[in-house]
Design a protein around this ligand. Structure first.
Ligand SMILES: [Zn+2]
Length: 466
């Protein structure tokens, strides 16, 4: 599934084997020196606690205009007792890693440097690597400012956190050679030394729990044992269901209900950690979803025009232009010094004739959207279609079943992301219309009581605070 490669997905082991982690941890040399002392010596006296839960792919309409009979009592409770946005405008492309990084920096991809999920900018090189490592972020993050203000932090599978100065860090990463299928022992190499071992001892065998269930258990463990001021959790199972079956499917609705159950478990975990009276909870997401019935392969046209090269399997191996298929969008870059615009335009022209484009964005538009500065053109997928990276075969293919994707312009109907705030410092019914994703970081800073430092130019959402 080419498109899935561009989707946010967590680890898909189905069973996050704590027993295996524990066994290995006993004799392991973890090898990765973290740039921060262990949490025990970094304890903070701040009374403020913030739990940020990203439900990957949760479009705002699931919450604001839910289908009849959708059972989401926990989301509804937080919305009724707290404040929520009608929608959040994501970033372009509306993908997991750029969006998650915008939430913790208050800045658009053009500034923070996480331009897409995939990190390589060289055709055919490391094409499966994602932007896992936090040192790719070019601007200060929420965890940087928390640390500067003597607050403690934790990440449980939050995106782009590997190696970050986070006190208790279980980052999201997988072995690119093995695909996105998760490997807890691989994650353990990049986690705070000993943390997964401690968790394994405490939590015991997972007994068939799903990945999101295990992430929630890990979150409960970290909250209780270490009481970080900031904990950022990334749940990814909903995104998987939406990619596989599309947002209109019964499977998608069932996955939203499961996510709601996870929220209920997290609220219980906050209580069990004794943090109920001082924790503000933020439910966020990175993007919504659109249904897909056909797949479009612009690389086939670019290869025919000699602008890219490909192997016999249709994988791009090189070329004059670099392309990035991001589901709902398709970015094309080439060096500024080479005037390839007319050639590229001519090559992709058949897409227009076929009705296979919703639109095309040039440099000025991409600049206004805060997208990747090196991109020259972005193609936007038409209704019910998705772009893939395949460079041989048919240009347009009907899919055997309806799937789902994102990556489009963040303003297209269905793409808006979610935001709910709830807790002792949050007003009930603080009305918010649509908000930009860049408002989230400054708002989290305010919830943490951090006055020293800034995350981007947007002011915090003052109206939600008591
Ligand atoms: Zn996502």
């Amino acid at each position: 599934m080419t498109i899935l490669r561009h989707a946010a997905r967590g680890l898909r082991t189905g069973v996050f084997s704590f027993a295996a982690v524990a066994l290995l941890a006993m004799g392991a040399n973890w090898g990765l020196a973290l740039p921060i002392e262990r949490g025990e010596s970094a304890a903070s006296a701040s009374p403020r606690h913030v739990l940020v839960v990203s439900v990957d792919g949760l479009g705002a309409s699931w919450l604001t205009h839910p289908p009849p009979n959708l059972h989401i009592p926990n989301f509804k409770r937080l919305m009724e007792e707290g404040s929520y946005a009608e929608g959040v405008w994501s970033v372009y492309p509306s993908l997991t890693y750029p969006a998650h990084t915008t939430m913790v920096t208050g800045r658009m991809p053009a500034e923070h440097g996480i331009y897409s999920n995939l990190s390589s900018r060289e055709a055919g090189k490391n094409s499966k690597d994602w932007f896992w490592f936090s040192n790719a972020i070019k601007v200060p993050t929420l965890w940087d400012l928390a640390r500067q203000n003597n607050l403690t932090t934790s990440s449980v599978f939050w995106s782009v956190t590997v190696g970050g100065p986070i006190n208790w860090n279980i980052p999201e990463i997988w072995d690119p050679a093995k695909g996105m299928a998760g490997d807890p022992l691989y994650v353990a190499k990049f986690a705070t030394p000993g943390l997964l071992f401690e968790a394994a001892l405490e939590l015991g065998p997972p007994q068939g729990a799903s990945d999101d269930v295990m992430k929630v258990k890990l979150t409960g463990f970290v909250l209780k044992k270490h009481q970080p001021n900031l904990l950022m959790l990334h749940l990814a199972e909903l995104d998987g269901a939406l990619h596989q079956r599309g947002p209109a499917s019964p499977e998608a609705a069932a996955a939203v209900e499961k996510a709601d159950e996870r929220i209920g478990e997290l609220l219980t975990a906050v209580k069990a950690a004794g943090l109920e009276n001082k924790t503000d909870v933020f439910i966020v997401s990175d993007h919504g979803f659109l249904s897909v019935e056909r797949s479009i392969s612009p690389n086939v046209l670019l290869a025919r025009a000699g602008l890219i090269t490909a192997d016999e399997n249709g994988n791009v191996t090189g070329g004059k232009v670099f392309t990035m298929a991001d589901g709902g969008s398709f970015f094309i870059s080439w060096p500024e010094s080479q005037n390839l615009r007319a050639d590229v335009e001519a090559a992709i022209h058949p897409l227009r004739d076929e009705g296979a484009l919703y639109g095309e964005l040039g440099r000025e538009a991409l600049k206004d959207l805060g997208a990747e500065p090196a991109a020259q053109i972005a193609l936007e997928a038409p209704s019910a279609a998705s772009f893939d990276s395949k460079a041989s075969g048919e240009v347009i293919q009907k899919l055997p079943q309806t799937t789902g994707t994102h990556g489009h312009l963040p303003f297209r109907p269905g793409l808006a992301a979610s935001f709910i705030a709830w807790g002792p410092h949050i007003k009930k019914g603080g009305a918010l219309g649509h908000i930009p994703m860049t408002a989230i970081g400054p708002t989290l800073l305010k919830a943490l009581g951090i006055e020293k430092g800034q995350l981007g130019p947007h002011p915090p959402l003052d109206q939600i605070f008591k």
